[in-house]
Unconditional design. Structure first.
Length: 730
């Protein structure tokens, strides 16, 4: 069954390997989301049209192949339709219009095979218009092309034949969708009803001469009994050749009549998609699925397809949604396009500044902060679930404070330092939060009280770095480094950071990278690497843009710095995004953020390969949530729920002396994670407790153990066991 493609926006080109990606297309001060505007199910794989090209997603393995804008002879504009002919050639329809404006020189039709590209455009071929809205291939191999205001085109491989209002009884020159029925007749949905063409004669149906609920037909499909199904702005309808049966929202159980997509699966079941959800009709009754994905209702639905396995695929403004009949899954366009992209999520309930954020088991926690620029500090804790895109309030922190720093060790959050709004700009308070019990506990205070510090977990220890112990006006910044051991509840002072400053940093392979920051009368671009194993600091290549208040997060061994400001009082705000690769000690500029430039202070955390910016603020208090997908990873990134029971390979590996181990649970159960040596002797127990479903990370410090091979074994319940080999090399 062909996919329904409605409006799209992608730049296209030839197939390239995943390590050859085009540069970001955004100019400074602008941001585009990677719109999923076209889908076509080809059995083993799904063709996905995005803002930056076509992706071939192999459904069984999750492997991704990119098509990017590399050929000059392809129309480098917005794609609106996809199909594959009987020889396996990919046909791409482009539009010369966006929602708001025309694209000068845009549009056209392209045919791609493994080696060649053939382009058809108005003026150089018989194509009547460059704006393509729909494509389909009939049983004898003819390509049918629906245009905007140019009618319908039949291409037999040699000749184009145009059917429009001037030479035929086609109902309208705007052809939104095309289907082919069992008899080989062509069915089109237009802006004035539907048309059925048997090769010689047109039959037209509109509100004046039939029971169709609306003249604007967005999508059409045909079932194996010859019924024509239409999706309109006033409901869905079935036409059996004589009678129209209309299905409204009260029939299919959703909150709106506006049908955005319609398709028929291999079992003959009818799927319709609206902004409120998906409805499934088995010819006897309707079943509605709504409310499981708020992302669906918050975005324009641009494409829809159902595969033979019963998965419904929905392309929206900034991601691809998959619905398997029970569960919604979201797949970021950064991964699907190989480009960095931005999107929005529901706002944090409490607008604030100077708060801290961290993640535990796939949830984000926003902690503390100040609700006004005057500094009304709070102890508020709110938990965000990316699966449901919802926030809930949790137990308050014991101490009201802002400009604190939080990090996670073994599933517990440690909130350190900050400003209490009363007597001190640098308090020593440390409090531990257990998300499982929703309780707070006071811990040993830091040796050095401060705010605007950074805290980072490496090998089960917490490192509190930098910050200030006085007001911003006095600009007294520190390079102090204190190490906290949650097991013994004790602090130890370590070698200071060479450059005293506020600390914005990330951890890669057991080392902490302090990047930029605000110091004594200066804004820095300085990058310094701290190795906890040797307690030493090393200078690295500076960040291209000096700033403070920037979000700093690490994904797949690379560090991303987002936004920030220069000077105090602020002289410049930035939307800049820069990527640092510690392996090569080099920087790369990425697509700028869409975050308003009056926000100097950004806080970030990472879940499933995406960076979440929670409440970008200062000098005001704000609540927006932005998501940055760095892209370029040839893997299927599932942002919704843990799938399966998994134990990832530790990293780094080989390691010395510390390494990180990630595991995933799809169900609650007793987890036992143990390290064994080559003789089978138990050398460490890292986890021995009941865990809820989610993604987890633990660290192992093997400083006291000998070189050689070790085995990490995880057991869930009484029957599920996984093992990974690890190599300690000193």
């Amino acid at each position: 069954m062909k996919a329904l493609t409605i409006i799209a926006a992608i730049l296209i080109a030839v197939f390239i390997s995943t390590n050859v990606l085009a540069e970001p297309v955004l100019s400074v001060g602008t941001t585009k989301y990677a719109i999923v505007g076209a889908l076509y199910d080809a059995g083993d794989y799904l063709l996905i049209g995005t803002e930056f090209g076509i992706t071939k997603l192999h459904k069984a393995t999750g492997d991704i192949e990119f098509y990017c804008d590399r050929l000059n002879d392809l129309p480098s504009e917005r794609v609106s339709a996809l199909t594959i002919d009987k020889e396996g050639n990919i046909w791409i329809g482009y539009t010369d219009k966006t929602h708001y404006e025309e694209i000068p020189g845009g549009g056209g039709l392209a045919k791609l095979d493994e080696n060649n590209v053939v382009v058809f455009r108005f003026g150089t071929s018989d194509l009547p218009k460059n704006s393509i809205k729909s494509l389909a291939v009939d049983d004898v191999g003819n390509l049918w092309v629906g245009t905007y205001n140019g009618g319908l085109v039949k291409y037999n491989g040699t000749t184009m034949t145009v059917y429009d209002l001037s030479n035929s009884d086609i109902p309208n020159n705007v052809v939104n969708d095309i289907a082919v029925d069992n008899d080989g007749d062509i069915v089109i949905g237009t802006n004035y009803g539907i048309g059925i063409f048997d090769g010689e004669t047109w039959s037209s149906y509109n509100k004046l001469n039939s029971g169709i609920p609306s003249n604007f037909v967005r999508c059409v499909s045909t079932d194996n009994k010859g019924n024509v199904w239409t999706g309109t702005g006033s409901g869905a309808a079935r036409f059996d050749g004589e009678t129209w049966t209309v299905y409204k929202k009260e029939d299919y159980g959703l909150a709106t009549d506006g049908v955005k997509g319609l398709d028929i699966d291999a079992q003959g079941k009818i799927w319709i998609c609206t902004a409120d959800g998906i409805a499934l009709y088995d010819k006897e009754s309707w079943k509605a699925y709504s409310g499981d994905s708020s992302t669906l209702s918050d975005n324009e639905i641009l494409s829809f397809a159902v595969d033979p396995e019963g998965n419904a695929w929905v392309g929206i403004d900034d991601c691809l949604l998959q619905f398997d009949g029970e569960t919604w899954k979201e797949h970021g366009t950064g991964t699907l396009t190989g480009r960095d992209t931005w999107s929005r999520r529901i706002n944090m309930p409490t607008a604030r500044q100077g708060h801290s954020v961290c993640t535990v088991s796939g949830k984000i926690y926003a902690i503390g902060g100040a609700t006004t620029s005057a500094g009304l500090v709070v102890s508020t804790v709110e938990e965000y679930d990316p699966v449901t895109d919802k926030w809930i309030t949790k137990a308050e922190m014991l101490t009201d404070r802002s400009w604190l720093s939080c990090c996670v060790v073994n599933g517990k959050i440690y909130a350190c330092g900050g400003y209490d709004g009363e007597e001190s700009y640098g308090i020593t308070t440390v409090e531990e939060y257990d998300p499982v019990t929703d309780t707070w506990t006071t811990k040993s205070p830091m040796p050095t009280g401060r705010w605007a510090l950074g805290t980072f977990a490496v090998n089960g220890k917490i490192y509190a770095i930098g910050g200030s112990d006085d007001s911003p006006a006095l600009a007294k910044y520190l390079g102090t480094v204190d190490e906290y051991d949650p097991v013994t509840n004790t602090w130890t002072t370590k070698s200071p950071m060479p450059t005293a400053r506020s600390c914005y940093a990330a951890v890669v392979n057991g080392r902490i990278y302090a990047i930029g920051g605000k110091g004594n009368q200066a804004t820095y671009s300085t990058v310094e690497e701290y190795d906890p194993a040797t307690d030493t600091w090393t200078s690295k290549s500076p960040m291209p843009t000096a700033r403070w208040g920037h979000a700093t997060s690490a994904i797949n061994g690379k560090i991303y710095t987002i936004g920030g400001a220069e000077g105090y009082p602020i002289t410049m705000n930035y939307r800049t995004v820069e990527e640092y690769d510690p392996a090569t000690d080099t920087w790369t500029t990425k697509s700028p953020s869409p975050i308003p430039t009056d926000r100097a202070y950004l806080l970030s955390c990472v879940i499933n390969g995406k960076i979440y910016i929670i409440g970008p603020s200062y000098p005001g208090s704000y609540s927006e949530v932005y998501v940055y997908d760095p892209g370029g990873q040839p893997t299927w990134v599932d942002d919704m729920i843990p799938v399966g029971f998994a134990l990832d390979q530790n990293y780094p590996n080989p390691f010395n002396p510390g390494t990180t181990i990630n595991y995933r649970l799809e169900q609650e159960g007793k987890v036992n994670l143990v390290i064994y040596d080559l003789l089978g002797q138990k050398v460490a127990t890292l986890v021995d407790e009941v865990k809820t479903p989610g993604n987890y990370e633990v660290t192992w410090n093997a400083a006291s153990h000998a070189n050689g091979m070790y085995f990490c074994r995880i057991e869930l319940g009484d029957s599920k066991v996984l093992t990974q080999k690890m190599m300690l090399v000193k």
